[in-house]
Design a protein around this ligand. Structure first.
Ligand code: PBG
Length: 307
């Protein structure tokens, strides 16, 4: 009877699994603060993607750890960069799997910030050019969706122009529209080796206190041409997922970020919480709040349970 009257259902097809591509061969390095998640060389990442596809998961989002980093984030928009090569390999081996790419510079800059630094702060408009070039190089490599996560102003428009001008008008933009300067990204920064070397990201990411501003950020991204919008993190921002759902008739994604994952797994490993139930309860709540797409490190585990 409970099943009959249940209002919210989970489906593996709504999940996107974040994956981290790294140089080398046969590399499968577990991320300390994110058990069961790995930095994967491209050959290993391709195998992982085959498994993801077999589990009926909606897709993957790719992040890259470049060979070397510099002040210009050159690795981000290099047609032979780590993510570009990973995209080509995945598209070749699992052509049916949806490939999303994270478009940002923080994994590629020597200082770990999301853009070009002038006077100790990120310069918005120079950064837009890098982002447009990165998104275009991802599309050229075969990405199905590009997802800018940098939070520069005007980046959706800049990316849309670059894609359209080069024959990629059919590639959608999933925008990290309401992305907060959150403590919950800590484990990710270990995974992606992208911790800022000075300062923090508060000059471009949002203040957790500001819900009205989040709606404005989403509205602007939609005006600039975003096709899917995202709220990030998820659990601490369920109210904003709900508000966005009620206000905007576009697909809404939520990112259950690294720290949300790490908290559940750490508590479970201490015997303080049941991991499977915590996973399903949080994913159900994020869905109930209004997200139809969830980026989550639990994608495989949840798909197995739901399978
Ligand atoms: C890149 C980016 C970050 C995350 C996704 N894209 C890190 C950050 O903004 O510092 C975080 C994801 C997570 O914590 O799981 N800008």
């Amino acid at each position: 009877m409970r099943a009959l009257v249940r209002e919210t259902h989970l489906d593996p097809a709504q999940f996107i699994l974040p994956l981290f591509a790294c140089p080398g061969e046969g590399v499968r390095r577990e991320i300390g603060s994110m058990p069961d998640n790995y930095q994967l060389s491209i050959d290993e990442l391709v195998k992982e993607c085959a498994e993801v596809h077999a589990l009926g998961i909606g897709g993957v989002i790719l992040f890259g750890l470049p060979e070397s980093k510099d002040e210009m984030a050159s690795g981000a928009y290099d047609d032979n960069g780590i993510v570009q090569r990973a995209i080509r390999a995945v598209r070749r081996e699992t052509p049916e799997l949806l490939v999303v790419t994270d478009v940002c510079n923080c994994e590629y800059t020597s200082h770990g910030h999301c853009g070009y630094i002038i006077d100790g702060d990120v310069d918005n408009d120079t950064t837009l050019q890098w982002l447009a070039k990165s998104a275009l190089s991802h599309a050229r490599a075969g990405a199905h969706i590009v997802a800018p996560s940098d939070m520069m102003d005007g980046r959706v428009w800049a990316i849309r122009q670059a894609l359209d001008a080069n024959g990629y008008e059919k590639i959608p933009v999933m925008s990290y529209a309401a992305k907060f300067a959150s403590v919950f990204y800590g484990p990710f920064r270990e995974a992606a080796e992208s911790t800022p070397q000075f300062g923090d990201r508060r000059s471009y990411q949002m203040d957790p206190a500001n819900g009205r501003e989040a709606m404005r950020e989403i509205e602007l991204d939609l005006q600039e041409g975003a096709d899917i919008i995202m709220v990030k993190p998820a659990l601490a921002y369920l109210d904003l997922i709900r508000q966005a759902r009620d206000r905007f008739d576009v697909p809404i994604a939520a990112y259950q970020v690294s720290g949300e994952y790490a908290m559940i797994v750490a508590a479970a490993r201490n015997g303080w919480i049941d991991q499977e139930r915590a996973m399903l309860e949080t994913l159900t709540s994020i869905t109930r709040a209004g997200a139809s797409i969830i980026l989550t490190y639990f994608a495989k585990a949840a798909a197995r349970v739901l399978g």
